[in-house]
Design a protein around this ligand. Sequence first.
Ligand code: SF4
Length: 347
Amino acid sequence: MAELAILDDASTLHEGRWWEPEEGNRVHCFLCPRHCHIHDGQSGFCFIRVNRGGKLYSLGYGSPAALQVDPIEKKPLNHFLPGTRVFSTGTAGCNMGCFFCQNWDISKSRRDQVHSQAIAPEQMPLLAKKHNCPSIAFTYNEPTIWGEYVVDICHEAKKQGLKTVMVTNGYVTREAFHDIYDHIDAANVDLKAFTENFYGKITLTHLQPVLDTLLWLKKETNVWFEITNLMIPTLNDAPEETRRLVDWILENLGPDVPLHFTAFHPDFKLQDKPRTPPETLHRARAIALEAGLHFVYEGNIYSEAANTNCPECGTVLIQRSWHTVETNRMRNGACSKCGYRVPGIWN
Ligand code: SF4
């Protein structure tokens, strides 16, 4: 566990949830499957949950390091309020250790290493409305680790008629899952690979808890969710692995969960791999469509596979260029030509 660089005054900090005291002034955080046992004066793996005098506090609470307006397609979510803007926020820290992190400037930082602002939960929906955003996204770093702030923002967002979005690695415990996701409208979950070897060596976590989260989302919530698989040359792009990932989705989540294959670019500690060739995404998409998934997208490249097509009659329903919706031929959540109901949240 890391020593804290700055010792905040505990009286100004927000006490966390999802922890229990242990002998010797230690605390056990059970928010994510890392189950950190944190000594007094130290932080957990994620940097932003700290033990002060035998209590666990969240340094992320009310302290975003990023506030930005994004297209919802950037999350990526293609079946959730298409063409709208989403007010996006994130803090410092992360509970995974991905060598390829593309937001490492905040996710691998402690709170005192980033420029954070003080934003109370009730301010967030006001900012979102000011910027004409019908939803708020918890994104950029892993929002699970600042779950207390997420939940309180969600309460305020509902009062203002706004929807909420988690962009997540899915690394959350059973104990915390419903406390957070019962307040969420949509999620994009990274399924970073389909081997324990990749998760263990490249993300410093495990695969099974992410699969569990996807199952809980499907079976126990009404959260609309989509899945992203970032394809990294030679590490997780083998066709056999893609086929197993797709088969698992089909068997456990059904054919209507949108799957986004996205392109990697060298970043952070993974500089020795090339950018993902478009052909890799095309091949993965062909495998997924052939297996029976209805909505398979390609991201981080210009591609016609950013469009939403009707699985019944093939009509291009939503035409996109990168993250921009150019035409939308959906009618009340259905194909305007054949009437097929397309799963998602459309208004
Ligand atoms: S949320 Fe942070 S402190 Fe808690 S178990 Fe996960 S990594 Fe450790």
